[in-house]
Design a protein around this ligand. Structure first.
Ligand code: CP3
Length: 344
């Protein structure tokens, strides 16, 4: 029964004595079984597009830990690739893309309706998972939010301050806003197809929202998120959405109401007590233990896990890290965190 799943109960606003738990990047390099399957696939992108192996790595952390949610194994940069950008990963460094900085580049992007040809394997992974997951596990679909994805498309790589994207915003608003619009349309199509394939909720990752200040935050983080959420809810009534405007700071306040998100995920640059007081009053919150505890473990891990649970205990909460788990994390620390959340 869908309504019984703990994550969906939190998303509908229910306060639970033990919060449901999953972890960003739970299928990742800290797990030996993930590294083995990635090796079998050849490289990261081949793994994303191999539905059988992507299903396998999505299930690995569910089997090992029994998390309350599984997130489909894919990447936020598959969408620009499906829109026509070249994408590759440099081992040890990260993603590289062909850049888009002018009207001609914008015109070359494929329309939202053409993305499915490339992304069909992701939908197949979602279908596989919908049939394979334990009955109590919620299946999460996801995409990057337009600003974050645009920052990679404009720079051609990850950047510490999203400088190239800010520069294009200042120098050529027409092209910059054109990219945001095209990504907004593509994201609606992409998430909608994941929902049709069986995703029970979706999450928007705006990893670089923190570098948008003032009006820019409203125009390029809030507005596209709101547009995506309204379109998804119109097409798929009741579909729950988590928004993650990472490092939004004070701008986390009111983000539920401004965007229509059912849950706002908070990173660990704000305290759980602050987020409980200022963000959870408006609805479900996800977060926000520092991923560093998965590396360092010990008493601090137990203490901070308990503190996070305690801070959020009077409202709807999904326990998670404040950002993705890192490759140097110890799998035993993850078990200790879960035992602490579930066992007190
Ligand atoms: O959370 C999950 O387990 C689901 C899968 C997932 C991946 N990436 C797999 C992945 C999700 C939800 C993402 C989101 C993503 N991808 C974001 C937003 C979240 C965040 O972390 O801020 C961003 C910015 C990306 C883009 C991306 N993908 C980068 C910058 C990198 C390289 C950095 C790194 O960690 O290596 C990736 C690679 C990537 N995506 C890996 C995984 C498991 C590591 C690839 C590998 O196996 O070598």
């Amino acid at each position: 029964m869908a309504a019984q799943k703990t994550i969906l109960r939190a998303l509908s606003g229910e306060t639970q004595p033990i919060p449901p738990i999953w972890m960003m990047r739970q299928a990742g390099r800290f797990l030996p079984e993930y590294r083995a399957t990635r090796e079998q696939a050849g490289d990261f992108l081949s793994l994303c597009y191999n539905s059988d192996l992507a299903t396998e790595v999505t299930l690995q952390p569910i089997r090992r830990y029994g998390f309350d949610a599984a997130i489909v194994f894919a990447d936020i940069l598959l969408l620009p690739q499906a829109m026509g950008a070249d994408l590759w990963f440099v081992t040890g460094e990260g993603p590289r893309l062909s850049t888009i900085t002018d009207q001609a580049g914008l015109d070359r992007l494929k329309p939202a309706s053409a993305i499915h040809e490339t992304l069909n394997p992701v939908y197949q992974t979602v279908r596989n998972l919908a049939g394979a997951l334990p009955g109590e596990t919620t299946l999460i679909g996801f995409a990057g939010a337009p600003w974050t994805v645009a920052s990679y498309m404009i720079a051609g790589r990850g950047t510490p301050d999203q400088g190239p994207a800010h520069a294009l915003m200042a120098e050529n608003k027409v092209v910059f806003e054109g990219i945001i619009d095209r990504l907004t349309e593509g994201t609606i199509e992409y998430l909608s197809a994941q929902i049709v394939a069986g995703a029970e909720m979706v999450k928007l990752f705006d990893s670089w929202a923190g570098s948008l200040k003032g009006e820019d935050f409203e125009k390029y983080a809030v507005a596209p998120t709101k547009r995506i959420i309204s379109a998804l809810k119109a097409r798929h009534p009741g579909i729950p959405v988590i928004a993650f405007p990472r490092e939004a700071g004070d701008k986390y306040i009111g983000f539920h109401a401004k965007t229509g998100a059912d849950c706002v995920a908070v990173d660990n640059s704000v305290s759980a007590e602050w987020a409980a007081e200022n963000v959870q009053k408006d609805g479900c919150v996800q977060g926000n233990l520092s991923p560093s505890h998965m590396v360092t473990g010990g008493e601090a891990l137990v203490r901070e896990t308990r503190r996070t649970v305690a801070a959020f205990r009077n409202g709807p909460h999904i326990f998670n890290l404040g950002h993705g788990i890192t490759p140097d994390a110890d799998p035993d620390n993850v078990q200790r965190m879960i035992d602490t959340v579930r066992g007190g």
